[in-house]
Design a protein around this ligand. Structure first.
Ligand code: BG6
Length: 478
């Protein structure tokens, strides 16, 4: 629908930005921190772009005051960051590492002193290596107890101070890369295990949400899901069915569990028919049903167009573009379900991610229709090559991208969607898990590169001043 007039953003709308511990902190072995699966994985030759590691990253661990000062000057309302489990429990459980916890206490205090709402992600992929060694991490149900124990420690430490919590970041992505594509730890290709791991992660997520509510924590908690809405490439009914299949297997399969505590029917039947069904225990489904997130976190970057993909001779998993050379990724799909094809109606980034602001409105509308839950946009942004020219970065392409997406949110809110806040990815430039420093997202440029010898100087880009202005006006000029 086209609106006569768009609704204004509410006064308390959380204009935010985000990061993740491994991608910004550095200090990977300082002050008692244990090693995570990422600390180990990046050392396997060929796994990351030009062998980059997060050993130094952008040194946020030592420079957080400077980073928060820049946030304050920008007028940022909310900062989403993740806590490294291995700083709190170097071995995954046991004695608390007080120095590690203190870093986050200081960061939270610094944010609050500048009127910035801290939003904590409990898990952004850096599992303690000790738990991987002991019982293979997410592959074992033992992870549930350890994750709850870790979360409870943080809930206790930050009760009353941190009001917004994200339980798991992009469960769909870390499990897909970890157990199907072998591009994230533990680097396996095992579809059945993928679903088993997801069942464990769903249980852990539900248990942590229940713990939060049992502790009467003031605030809200929810998972962050990487939602890529699926379209059909055209109105051929088979292509429409392929898009339905993709939506079922790539979106409902997670969001239904988070919001309804149930797996979707066709998705579950597909697993049973294809010998992919996970093992479960008697009370699992009660646990999933009992947990109710306060919001659904959405990381939105792109949409996907789908076409029919026959069971016999269909397209399988292809190569991802991690080079920044447009068109270098391959076709991808699951025979008998769907294949992802090029959508001629949208532009793409150099990493072949569709640029589709309308898709964000569609995402928000679909979520509202199906789940009727408030949404927190926990990530949205443009990864591009940025050039530092005479001490400035003129990232007009990023401003255009973000502005169009914020406008789409405003339209969706006028449609009736409830959105609590908007967090761009990312605040400063940071290490991309698989793309090094060539693919940048930040409002603040950081002098760091693949040799990891940069001066680490912070330089606000043009987009920094654009966001400052947007926040000052509460999005009124859109
Ligand atoms: C999200 C993750 O998937 O996308 C972030 O939560 C990540 O951690 C971001 O950095 C962008 O991905 P990439 O591969 O472009 O760095």
């Amino acid at each position: 629908m086209e609106h006569k007039k768009l609704k204004a953003f509410p006064k308390n709308f959380l204009w935010g930005s985000a990061s993740a511990a491994y991608q910004v902190e550095g200090a990977h072995d300082e002050e008692g921190k244990g090693l995570s699966v990422w600390d180990k994985f990046v050392r396997i030759p060929g796994k990351t772009f030009q062998g980059t590691t997060g050993d130094i990253a952008v040194d946020h661990y030592h420079r957080y005051k400077e980073d928060v000062a820049l946030m304050a000057e920008m007028g940022l309302k909310s900062y989403r960051f993740s806590i490294a489990w291995t700083r709190i429990f170097p071995e995954g459980r046991g004695e608390i590492n007080r120095k590690g916890l203190q870093f986050y206490v200081d960061l939270v205090d610094e944010l609050l002193a500048h009127d910035i709402e801290p939003m904590v992600t409990l898990y952004h992929w850096d599992l303690p290596q000790a738990l991987e060694d002991e019982y293979r991490g997410w592959e074992s149900r033992r992870i549930i107890e350890d994750f709850v124990n870790y979360a409870e420690t943080l809930f206790t430490a930050f009760k009353g101070k941190v009001k917004y919590w994200v339980s798991l970041n992009e469960q769909n992505i870390f499990t897909q890369h970890g157990w199907i594509l072998a591009t994230h730890p533990p680097g396996k290709v095992d579809m059945k295990l993928f679903y088993q791991v997801n069942h464990h992660a769903n249980l852990a997520n539900a248990a942590v949400i229940n713990k939060f509510h049992d502790m009467a924590m003031p605030g809200k908690i929810g998972p962050s899901f990487a939602y890529t809405p699926n379209y059909a490439i055209d109105a051929n009914p088979l292509n429409v069915l392929a898009a339905e299949n993709a939506e079922e297997m790539l979106a409902h399969f997670w969001m239904d569990v988070y919001c309804y505590g149930e797996y979707p029917i066709a998705g579950l039947n597909y697993l049973k028919e294809n010998d992919l069904m996970f093992e479960s225990e008697a009370h699992d489904f009660e646990l999933l049903k009992s947990a109710q997130p306060d919001f659904l976190g959405i990381n939105y970057y792109q949409t996907a167009a789908n076409a029919w993909n026959p069971r016999e001779g269909g397209v399988t998993l292809g190569k991802m573009n991690t080079t920044g050379v447009k068109g270098s990724g391959g076709e991808q799909g699951i025979p008998g379900l769907y294949k992802r094809v090029t959508n001629p109606s949208v532009e793409r980034t150099n990493w072949d991610w569709e640029i589709d602001p309308v898709g964000l409105r569609i995402a928000l509308r679909r979520i509202t229709s199906r789940y009727r839950i408030p949404v927190m946009i926990t990530e949205n942004g443009l990864g591009e090559y940025d050039k530092l020219e005479s001490g400035k970065v003129h990232d007009t392409y990023r401003i255009n991208y973000l502005e169009a997406h914020v406008k789409a949110i405003k339209e969706a809110m006028t449609d009736g969607v409830q959105v609590i806040g908007y967090h761009t990815w990312s605040y400063t430039d940071l290490l991309s898990w698989l793309n090094g420093y060539q693919k940048r997202y930040g409002f603040v440029y950081v002098d760091q590169d693949e040799r990891m010898e940069g001066s680490l100087k912070r330089i606000p880009k043009d987009s920094y001043y654009w966001y400052k202005n947007l926040i000052e006006n509460n999005g009124d000029f859109l």
